[in-house]
Design a binder for this molecule. Structure first.
Ligand code: KG4
Ligand code: ZN
Length: 337
């Protein structure tokens, strides 16, 4: 059965390797870097070093666990971008040398496309065309997905990504990085109507999250001036209210995109799609809007090589290979490789 592909993901703070055989994911090994916890965000140089340490054991683990020998590989795939240059360099250099050593083709994968193709790892799979809200630490996009490798951005953030808004909120509250999962956790026990934050309205299907981040910073600063224990005593309500506002902003444009295109197959992808509030709200809206909603398993929402492998599978079938001179692209656009 063909093709057998090894895929490597190293765009940010997860070193991951996965094997795919004839379109079926065999495994998905992920080494998460905890070294960034105390910095409020990913420190690029620390990320590169951790990738260098992790890449050999992670790839060896993936091959061993799947009982696949290197000589069985038909191609090696890697994340070309977008992402951190140093982090991407580790994955791309490794993939290039392995492909060259084995004499097999090399496949460069776009990280944002890969997040969307995570929907084809398991059933139920969306039918084309569908809309995908891709929400990660670096991106917030509404994408029209016409085919596996044919996508168009209908709207996107003009400044911060929604994941960044989650992480900055957490940082302001004194919580460690990545803050998204913690905001999610505390929000579950809180009252989402307790505090109100100003939403920025953008034209068309675009987003902006920098205004709400600044408003939140001033709100916390003012409240703690009056009561130094304000955050500590109201953490759940603060998290619930902020999360509710961010989700509302996301959903408002997604609904608009669905109305404009007439498409009711709606998917979410990327790290923030792991958010339980967003997942619940999407299910609620599916009834109101008559949507068929697609939400990946948690493991396939945040960065992972299985989604890269899925993307590589379709590129292999389409004959989209790259040469060994290919370089990482930190600011790669959705359809640019
Ligand atoms: O897709 P991803 O793993 O990496 C990028 O490509 O950026 O996304 C990471 C982002 C971070 O901002 C993280 O805080 C956020 O996803 N995230 C969450 C949750 N889990 C991860 N945000 C909100 N709620 C969550 N449960
Ligand atoms: Zn990602």
């Amino acid at each position: 059965m063909r093709p057998v592909i090894l895929a490597i993901e190293s765009s940010c703070d997860e070193t991951s390797a996965a094997l795919i055989k004839d379109g079926k994911i065999l495994n998905n090994i992920i080494a998460t870097q905890s070294v960034h916890e105390n910095y409020g965000g990913v420190v690029p140089e620390l990320a590169s070093r951790a990738h260098q340490q992790n890449i050999v054991p992670v790839v060896e683990n993936a091959l061993r666990e799947a009982k696949v020998g290197k000589e069985e590989l038909d191609a090696v795939a890697f994340t070309q971008g977008p992402g951190l240059l140093g982090a991407l360099l580790v994955g791309s250099s490794f993939a290039k040398s392995l492909a060259q050593g084995l004499g097999v083709p090399l496949i460069a994968v776009n990280h944002m496309q890969a997040h969307i193709l995570a929907h084809f790892i398991e059933e139920p799979r969306p039918a084309f065309p569908f809309l995908c809200l891709t929400v990660s630490g670096g991106h917030t996009q509404i994408v029209l997905v016409r085919d596996f490798l044919d996508m168009e951005i209908l709207g996107e953030t003009q400044d911060d990504a929604v994941g960044e808004a989650f992480d900055k909120t957490a940082k302001i509250l004194g919580l460690p990085y990545p803050g998204g999962p913690l905001i999610d956790k505390y929000a579950k026990q809180g009252n989402h109507l307790r505090f109100e934050f100003p939403k920025t309205e953008m034209q068309g299907l675009n987003y902006s999250f920098s205004g709400i981040k600044t408003a939140f910073l001033y709100f916390i600063r003012d409240m703690t001036k009056k009561d130094p224990d304000f955050v500590q005593n109201n953490l759940s309500d603060i998290c619930a209210s902020m999360q509710y506002t961010l989700i509302n902003m996301l959903l408002q444009k997604l609904k608009k995109a669905s109305r404009q295109t007439g498409i009711r197959q709606i998917a979410i992808a990327g790290g923030v799609s792991a958010n339980s509030g967003l997942r619940e709200e999407l299910q609620k809206q599916s009834k109101k809007m008559n949507w068929e909603v697609f939400i990946p398993r948690f493991e396939y929402c945040t960065d992972n090589a299985a989604m890269v492998a899925m993307n590589a599978h379709y590129k292999y079938l389409a004959g989209e290979f790259c040469d060994l001179g290919v370089s990482p692209q930190p600011a790669l656009k959705l359809m640019d490789n």
